[in-house]
Design a protein. Sequence first.
Length: 470
Amino acid sequence: MAARMQHRFHRLLPLAGLFVLTLGLTLLGVLTRPIESLSLFWPVNAILLGLLLRQPHRATPAGWLTIYAGMLAVDLGSGNTWLPALWLNACNMGLLLTGWHLMMRRPVPQLRLETPQALLHLLIACAAGAAVAASLACLMNGARWFDGTLQTTWLAWFSEQFSTCLLILPALLTAPPFRRPGRHDFAHADVRPMLALLASLLAGLAIGGPGALAFPVPALLWCALAYRLFTLAVLTMLTGLAEIIVVAGDLVYYGVPHSSAGVGALMSARLGISMLVMGPLVVAITIALNRQLLARLEHRANHDTLTGALERSALTQQTSALMERRRQQRNSAPLALLMIDIDHFKAINDTHGHAMGDQVLREFANQLRQQLRQGELFGRLGGEEFVVVLPGATRTEALHIAERLRSLVERLEFPVTEGNSLHITVSIGVALTDQEDDIPLEQMLSRADVALYRAKAQGRNRVMAAEENL
């Protein structure tokens, strides 16, 4: 009985959290109703849609009903009667359901706005959802708002829902997993684009006129070049919302008459602002794609395609950089180098074929890579010869690690036929450089190579240190 109650509690807890979130967001929207009975800013639909797109498992019949119940509770509590409350919140649900179903048809990379096309699909989903919500609102005798025309009511409803979703959803969909910020997260952040953005907003307030809405665009493009996509999405959201508030509050003269056309001016501003911020977002997405492409190309250029180990040139470059940084430190730490060779590898290729040889190399490299710590390097010199670089490892530590790797490889099994397995061994040569014996990389490789061939000469499957027999 207790287990059943606990199971029900764990099932109801997420729904309770969803209900409380809906209550809070709806209350926030209700508190921003300066224009007759419609909110200036209604974030509940955009935030809930973003949540359901990030966590589709919440989009169950119970989840949808919980959201609807939360909206109803706030509307009824604020003095609305049952029929308007039911219908108004049906408009909100229409947007959520339409937007969710259209976006969930897209693959995951597009849900995360990883391609420029994804932004177009988001725009279409926001427009379709806002159109459904506005149409449902007009069916409920919506002409009683504003100047009494259905056209004005539809456009006002559509513009608010469309602009709010288009401003908020990019930030929600591109948000990285939460983690506690570190001390150095903002140490090297370039604040100049943000300062330029703030200055452009202030310039718009000071100068005014219809063109003031476009003043932040160059600064936002600079932000797109300087910051990650999520950071830019947050900045575009804040910029758009700030400009909408400025227009609605009549804080700047835009050269547009504000009598019965006041709502029309706000509608136009909402749509224009939401369109303006699309450009910087497309730039940021394109830059992110280019960075990913360059990273993949760099990885392919620097890593062996078969084993994933560093290529010889990349290994030499990165090891030389480690040694140079070590020399620049006053109390330089030691650096160890392990040269590893798979014993009798040619016989494996000759006996079992090159496909088995490739499998051995892949699994061998994968097992060794899993044993390395952050900052340690693993590269392939060629054929069956590999190198491990251990920054900060003392002689004792390097020999211990080498012996551990030798023992690990000795235990590996490679099935060749039913009931038969192939076993391999390695020989390892160890070289070390420290403050007292500061030698260049070429000399370290030479010492490790000599130690490796001594290990092979003495029977293989063993570890030898440079100039010493273990």
